[in-house]
Design a protein around this ligand. Structure first.
Ligand code: HEM
Length: 152
């Protein structure tokens, strides 16, 4: 149980983070662009991202905590399988990108929305979109490494 419970939480958090980014990228943002004028669209995207990021904060924290817990339960950091090392390394890059989005770009976007500076808000949202796309691709690669890597 000291392994499978963290694994369960780990997979749930990974699914939330990566699946949530896919939903934002493929469904929410394109629908907002197709149906809403810029002021309403940017307010709606700021509100949606704010709520999503609260969930991501929790997921990322639990993802790393359960990952480390499983490594310790499995005997520690020495002699880890390459796929675990790769998972951890790519996840650290994803974390750095997420922290940058959260602490810098998204904050600037919300400020611009509050000031009704729509072109600035749209530019910041576009940066969020590009960075989330990078993290989405990395997240899919981590899923691949974590599972297909079992073969090697
Ligand atoms: C976006 C980030 C991550 C994703 C998508 C992800 C995904 C996964 C998946 C799909 C598995 C199941 C693999 C299997 O049982 O074959 C897994 C297991 C695992 N992950 Fe992650 N992971 C992420 C981040 C991390 C981090 C940051 C750590 C370490 C700090 C970590 C450590 C582990 C460990 C130790 C296992 C258990 C492997 C095993 O039972 O053989 N993961 N992860």
């Amino acid at each position: 149980m000291s392994y499978v419970i963290p694994l369960f939480i780990h997979l749930l958090c990974a699914a939330f983070w990566v699946g949530g980014m896919a939903t934002m990228h493929f469904a929410v943002r394109p629908s907002a662009v197709a149906t809403l004028e810029p002021p309403l669209r940017l307010r709606m995207m700021a509100a949606t991202l704010r709520r999503f990021f609260v969930g991501v904060d929790a997921s990322v924290t639990l993802l790393f905590a359960t990952g480390v817990a499983m490594i310790l339960a499995g005997g520690g950091f020495r002699g880890l399988h390459w796929r675990i090392e790769a998972m951890m390394s790519i996840a650290i890059v994803m974390l750095a990108i997420y922290v940058y989005i959260r602490a810098s770009v998204f904050r600037a976007m919300r400020r611009a929305v509050d000031e009704s500076a729509w072109p600035t808000a749209a530019a910041r949202l576009n940066t969020v979109r590009k960075l989330v796309t990078v993290n989405l691709v990395l997240g899919v690669i981590v899923f691949g490494v974590a599972t297909v890597g079992r073969a090697g």
